[in-house]
Design a protein around this ligand. Sequence first.
Ligand SMILES: [Zn+2]
Length: 286
Amino acid sequence: MNTLPKRTLTSLAAAGLVLALSSVGTATAAAKPAAAAQGAAQGVTQQVQQAAAPRGKAAATSSPLYKTGQLANSNCSPGDLPRGSTAAYKRFLAYVTNCLNRSWATQFRKAGMSFSKPRLRIITSKVRTPCGPWGKGATGIYCGVNRTMYMLITKQDLRNPYPVGISRLMAHEYGHHVQQVSGILDYSWQARNRASQSARLLLSRRTELQAECFSAIFMNTVAETLPVPSDHWNATVDWFRKEGHKAWGVNDHGKGPTQAAWMTRGFNSGQVGTCNTWSVHPRYVT
Ligand SMILES: [Zn+2]
């Protein structure tokens, strides 16, 4: 049964899968000094710290994260999301971010890779990020330059809070942070720089569909506790199947059915390795 009010589902449209990142040059320049400073402080080089983490294309196709099995359960119980309270909404988002931090920190540890948390900025009106102006229609953005997730609380969100929808979006933006820390995003941008238009879109889809799959494996781990009622999840996937591609001018996020397929695949398995969108035939990332 679908118990979701139609208005709530419509609001998913605004809660886009937006990834706003600057060009490779800026992202790399911003990421490197921090890593170097960390290395210096600990008296080791970045190379030694991340000996286990492949770089370049292998960071995407053969990430050690894929062998870490089920995403760790963070026992995530954020509680109710009452209508009309910005403060409660902020608490909820901060709580879910902590759940994501715990789950993914465990996964990076298992993979033998270093990890750092993203920053979270919860806003009630659009801001300019170091990655550029706020994208049209977006309510969530991950900016790789300052490793920050920006979550916009809209009036519609406050009127009709939808915990499954907002958690899915948070977990998607967090998925881009996982890609950032593991070197996947660097590869994605570098490859796009030297690719044709159609190849660029394919690289973008591999990136976005993986973030969506990372989101779905998280939704699986919190299914009992957040909770994620199966009718809410099914309605969300159905929405993406029909509408998920409509927010984007070009096919950079994947067709609706493709998005729904990766959501379902991730949710049903809960395994990080099922989210390897980088090694599959292009027909699975259409
Ligand atoms: Zn995205």
